[in-house]
Ligand binder design. Structure first.
Ligand code: FES
Length: 244
């Protein structure tokens, strides 16, 4: 393919009445990523093009966008792979207000994350040890470790159909982070997180469509992590019922 078309969503809410798509042509080179193509486009053809990126290596999570309708990282997507019919369509992540072009306002995403208290809430100091040891079987440690790999790109959030229909739903990323700490034997924060998790817009909103798991660029099984939280809460409900 000599040339590839980039069809890019353009919208500046401070100036434009409505969004439009703008076409650009690029010459693909072997190994060119969508992010590199965007950088080239901005440097060589249109300095007004807005997108977010930082690490260029799948670590910071800042360049997530819809590439041909799917939420992906631009730095981890090859142009050659994306341009099946010769056109690559780029749009902002769905479910977020657009700040400009491919840049979205993620305030809601971060606010939901904070609601699950994604940090270690330690229990009483385990005397006589000074160090809080995790002491988990290797498989459980691996599961917990995978949940720690989240880079907050919000691909899962953009692909989740429940998030699209229920804006108050915490969403997969926040729930994966909650699982990360709920599964940590050093953590004693379940009671503090319960209000957010054990709620119609918490873990129970997930209907296991698995789009979050498919979308995750770090291959985190978000749907599985949410199931683990549901099982823990369901077991607690059964215990409470048995005690009554
Ligand atoms: S630029 Fe950091 S993940 Fe792509």
């Amino acid at each position: 393919m000599d040339e590839i078309s980039f069809r890019i969503f353009r919208f500046d809410p401070s100036r434009d009445a409505e969004a439009r798509y703008q076409l650009y042509r690029i010459r693909p080179e072997p190994g060119l990523t969508v992010l590199s193509a965007l950088v080239n486009l901005r440097e060589e053809q249109d300095g007004s093009l807005a997108f977010r990126a930082s690490c260029r290596s799948g670590i910071c999570g800042s360049d997530a966008m819809l590439i041909n309708g799917r939420a992906r990282l631009a730095c981890k997507t090859q142009v050659a792979e994306a341009a099946g019919d010769g056109t690559v369509t780029l749009e902002p992540l769905r479910g977020f207000p657009v700040l400009k072009d491919l840049v979205v306002d993620q305030s809601d995403f971060w606010e939901k994350l904070v609601r699950v208290k994604p940090w270690l809430i330690p229990g009483p100091e385990p005397a006589p040890e000074r160090e809080r040891l995790m002491r988990l079987p290797a498989q459980q440690f691996d599961e917990l470790s995978r949940a720690s790999d989240c880079i907050f790109c919000a691909c899962c959030y953009a692909e989740c159909p429940m998030e699209g229909r229920h804006r108050a739903y915490l969403g997969p990323a926040a729930l994966v982070k909650a699982y990360r700490f709920e599964a940590d034997p050093r953590d004693a924060g379940s009671a503090e997180r319960r209000g957010a998790l054990d709620h119609p817009d918490g873990v129970w909103r997930c209907h296991h469509v698995f789009r979050c798991t498919e979308a995750c660029p770090k291959e985190i099984d978000a749907a599985w992590a949410i199931q683990q939280l549901q099982r823990r809460l369901a077991a607690r409900h059964l215990r409470l019922k048995g005690d009554a």
